[in-house]
Design a protein. Structure first.
Length: 631
């Protein structure tokens, strides 16, 4: 007699129970082994002949179930609810096949405009946004990999409005995003949607979030960090409603099921009617970063695994992935944004006599360390990186050095000569770059309604500058400022909102590592000043993108000022950042995808000051010869 595997809906939401005739057949044993190996904790044996499986896992592993059916020759007996889930999976599989084979299918631009006008969509899309929306609407699930600043949030809201009422009951919109991004989402929802639509942020404990979800809000936002702790409650919401599930900055799930956040979104994915992912840089380190994003987008179909098979060369893997996956994503490149390039101005300053003496003492100590440097020794490179940090501080604001030296934990210990020199200099000679900063800020603020964002990598600099411009409502953001309530100025969201909306708040001082991703300042501010920079080009580019992105008013210049001290480490920084930015710009202006670590969270084992092996030659040239090495 042919074995039969029975699949029935379990007693609890999300449970499916597998059994077999005869009891506990070899086939069921094999199914249990394969499924439990794939997802520990989501598959359990209830007793002889019974296996409990999460329905989302069964859908994702349906292809494996089919493979096992061919191997053992069993027949499937499926109850109606389980059959509906499987039928949806098969329908999605058919849609995926069509999408891969017919990459030119899209809603025409004129039809997109007409449909959005009928919906009362307020914002006029750019030509590129219209093109991207037309293709995304033609896909069952979509990926928007347009470059940072291209207006992916606006495009997603347009897609949502066009697909929202396609099957009777309207789609609910659920956005999973970094906390910093929610201000931009709320602003875009208000600017785009001509209906009573507000985003409900899912914050607080489980009980609070459960009560919010029981009201079935139309648009909800939740952070990647919060989702795993309330996954059961969110799943219940997704089962009750037709949900359009969106991952913003989707590269955040690049660890897949190996990470808590990735596992949560992959578990939730099959319950959504439609899924979209948004990322300007979806491959921070390489092809493997794409796999969990497409596993979320098309659960159970492994669409991103095949291109890498049999190819050892990472560049060839990426080329193969682009060739295979290009029908499944849209991308607006940097040159298509139609933005005038930012106007970069280098403000050169000369160190004063005492500041120069201080700088040369620090440089001589760094030269001693760098003699015979072994570049394969990460610990030595870390020490070199710490010396580079001290040189950046000495050129920027020597006050940053004093506290560590007085406590005896500076690189030179409690060096008495250096401490004396520092105190003398700070008493008698203002730091050259701070003097230039104050002159430049004064010039900018003399213009009516002008605002300025000042960037520094050092908390003490941020605190000092905020204090200096308290009369202009200055706010500061760095890693020590928590995320949270956007109405409480103790939190960074409230400070960003204040800078964007309050005309009396004219100065923001920020750390690029803490204030890059998901923050838009371009409608309020068109001036950025860099008091100091690190070798991390991603930090620099992301910070510039805060004021240089789609939506900058026509005819308004974006001004970027770098304050650079002559014959200091600043020269090496300028050369190396220019070289790195050129390489990154080539990727941002490519139709295809490349590995690009653009998010500060993507840095792997970063050395102090963001230095890499490739920066060492330029650093050494400055230390030994006084001038950086132009490569």
């Amino acid at each position: 007699m042919t074995d039969t595997i029975h699949i029935q809906t379990g007693a609890s939401p999300g449970d499916m129970v597998l059994s077999s005739t005869p009891v506990w057949s070899t086939a069921l044993e094999d199914i249990y082994f394969v499924f439990s190996s794939a997802a520990s904790g989501e598959v359990t044996r209830l007793g002889d002949g019974l296996v409990r499986v999460q329905d989302t896992l069964l859908v994702q592993r349906l292809s494996e179930l089919r493979r096992l059916q061919r191997r053992h020759g069993f027949r499937l007996d499926v109850d109606p609810k389980s059959e509906a889930l499987i039928r949806d999976f098969l329908r999605e599989s058919s849609d995926l096949s069509v999408a891969l084979s017919e990459a030119d299918i899209a809603l025409e631009a004129g039809a997109v405009d007409v449909a959005l006008n009928a919906k009362g969509f307020r914002r006029k899309l750019t030509k590129e946004q219209t093109r991207d929306v037309g293709r995304l609407v033609a896909l069952r699930n979509g990926a928007n990999f347009s470059v940072p600043g291209a207006g992916k949030t606006t495009a997603l809201l347009a897609v949502h409005e066009l697909v929202r009422d396609q099957e009777g009951r309207p789609l609910m919109l659920m956005v999973v995003a970094p906390r910093n991004a929610f201000i931009a989402w709320e602003e875009e929802i208000s600017a785009c949607l001509d209906r009573d639509a507000t985003m409900v942020r899912l914050t607080g404990g489980r009980q609070r979030i459960a009560s919010m979800l029981r009201l079935d809000p139309q648009i909800v936002g939740i952070t990647y960090q919060q989702l795993p702790s309330v996954l059961v409650e969110v799943e219940a919401y997704a089962r009750r409603n037709r949900v359009h599930l969106v991952l913003d900055e989707s590269h955040r799930v690049k660890s897949g099921r190996a990470g808590v956040q990735g596992a949560a979104v992959l578990t939730l994915a099959p319950l959504a009617v439609r899924r979209d992912i948004l990322s300007g840089t979806p491959m921070p380190q390489g092809l493997s970063d794409l796999v969990p994003q497409f596993d979320f987008l098309w659960p159970g179909h492994s669409v991103c695994a095949d291109p890498a098979v049999g190819r050892d060369d990472p560049a060839e893997q990426i080329r193969a992935a682009n060739a295979t996956l290009s029908p499944l994503f849209v991308r607006t490149k940097k040159s298509e944004l139609g933005l005038a390039p930012p106007i970069r101005r280098i403000i050169k300053v000369q160190l004063g006599e005492q500041q120069r003496l201080l700088y040369e003492l620090l440089r001589s100590e760094a030269v001693r360390l760098a003699s015979g440097l072994d570049r394969t020794d990460r610990s030595k490179l870390r020490v070199l990186g710490r010396h580079v940090v001290r040189l950046i501080q000495a050129a920027s604001n020597p006050q940053l050095l004093l506290v560590g030296l007085e406590r005896g934990n500076g690189l030179l210990g409690g060096d008495a000569e250096l401490i004396f020199l520092l105190r003398s200099m700070l008493r008698d000679e203002p730091p050259a770059k701070l003097t230039a900063l104050h002159a430049l800020v004064g010039e900018i603020l003399s213009k009516q309604d002008a605002k300025v964002v000042i960037w520094s990598s050092f908390v003490a600099n941020i605190d000092y500058i905020v204090g200096a411009y308290s009369g202009h409502g200055a706010v500061g953001i760095h890693g020590g400022i928590p995320t949270g309530d956007d109405e409480d100025l103790a939190y960074r969201e409230a400070r960003i909102r204040m800078f964007n909306q309050n005309p009396d708040c004219r100065v923001m001082v920020a750390n690029p590592a803490a204030c890059g991703e998901g923050i838009s300042l371009h409608r309020a501010c068109h001036n950025a000043i860099y008091l100091d920079r690190s070798y991390n080009a991603a930090h620099y580019l992301q910070s510039v993108d805060r004021i240089h992105r789609l939506g900058v008013p026509q005819g308004v210049d974006t001004n970027v000022y770098m304050i650079v001290a002559d014959d200091t480490i600043d020269g090496s920084l300028e050369i190396r950042l220019t070289q790195k930015i050129a390489a990154m710009a080539a990727l941002l202006d490519d139709d295809q995808l490349g590995a690009l670590a653009y998010d500060p969270e993507d840095a792997i084992d970063e050395l102090p000051a963001g230095i890499s092996n490739e920066d060492v030659d330029s650093i050494l040239a400055h230390l030994v010869g006084g001038e950086p090495l132009a490569q």
